[in-house]
Design a protein around this ligand. Structure first.
Ligand SMILES: C[S@@+](CC[C@H](N)C(=O)[O-])C[C@H]1O[C@@H](n2cnc3c(N)ncnc32)[C@H](O)[C@@H]1O
Length: 261
């Protein structure tokens, strides 16, 4: 064997010279590192991002109750739920045939009525900020292609309920057909009533997701939140989280959306 070949065959972990057993990371740690590395950070491509930096210390600090810490486990279970929703509802099923081959593109894609299916990384960020739990009632304002409605339906499960509202009749039909193919009858899409924002008749909601942008925070939507409700809505260029009771309002990075009409 040539010296070069022997160098190539050296084990990756531990030291062949010292004779010590190779120290390999456990399967759990490898999986955890993989998941943390693949988690999109808040709006990382955005130059106006004011969001807090990722909590690196949390990952490095051993906790008395063992490793990973309770905080990390909670974050991983959130990741699992959102990742599982994306796996169960692939974007391609919510796109017109003309752009379906671009489903993996991480940007908005045209659907109909001059509207878009949102950028996957943005949808991921919004769903994580929304913290949807099984059994909750969720309002999806601007359901468009039906993708976010289907993702939310997966997150709440059969004990929950999701109502999508959409202004464009053509998209109500398109979104409803796409949603039906996911077989989640606890979710539906309705035509918005003229002059009515959201769906006050079925309020209160545990969660509200808004995929179109108003110039200021709409009071009508805040009033549709339940006592411990959360709403994620882009307002005047800023991803905004509204938490009840309060409302407590916080901003989470800069984004651009189609206007809320
Ligand atoms: C970014 S697009 C759709 C994103 C959608 N969540 C998806 O997954 O495809 C936003 C949608 O909001 C709708 N919209 C705008 N203003 C609205 C309003 N007041 N009520 C309901 N839908 C509205 C638009 O017609 C458009 O389809």
């Amino acid at each position: 064997m040539s010296p070069a070949a022997s160098r190539r065959r050296r084990p990756r972990h531990g030291s062949a010279r010292s004779g010590q057993p190779a120290r390999r990371p456990t399967a759990d740690r490898v999986e955890l590192r993989r998941r943390l590395a693949s988690t999109p950070r808040w709006n990382q491509a955005c130059p106006r991002d004011l969001s807090p930096p990722p909590k690196k210390a949390e990952a490095a600090t051993p906790s008395p109750e063992g490793w990973p810490s309770r905080a990390i486990r909670a974050r991983l279970s959130d990741m699992d739920a959102v990742e599982a929703a994306f796996d169960a509802c692939p974007r391609a099923g919510f796109l017109p045939a003309s752009v379906r081959r671009r489903a993996a593109f991480d940007g908005p894609l045209r659907i109909a009525a001059h509207q878009t299916n949102s950028q996957p990384r943005t949808v991921d960020a919004m769903l994580r900020l929304l913290e949807v739990r099984p059994g909750q009632r969720v309002l999806d304002v601007g359901s468009g292609s039906g993708w976010t409605t289907a993702l939310l339906a997966h997150l709440v499960g059969p004990t929950g309920e999701v109502i999508g509202v959409e202004l464009e009749p053509e998209l109500v039909t398109f979104g409803t057909a796409n949603l039906a193919s996911t077989h989640q009858p606890w979710a539906r899409i309705e035509q918005s009533a003229p002059g009515v924002l959201g769906d006050p008749d079925h309020a209160p909601y545990d969660r509200i997701l808004v995929s179109a942008e108003p110039r200021s925070l709409p009071k009508q939507l805040v009033e549709q939140l339940g006592p411990a409700g959360r709403m994620v809505i882009p307002v005047a260029g800023w991803m905004t989280l509204v938490e009840m009771p309060g409302p407590v309002v916080s901003e989470h990075g800069a984004y651009r959306f189609v206007p809320l009409r």
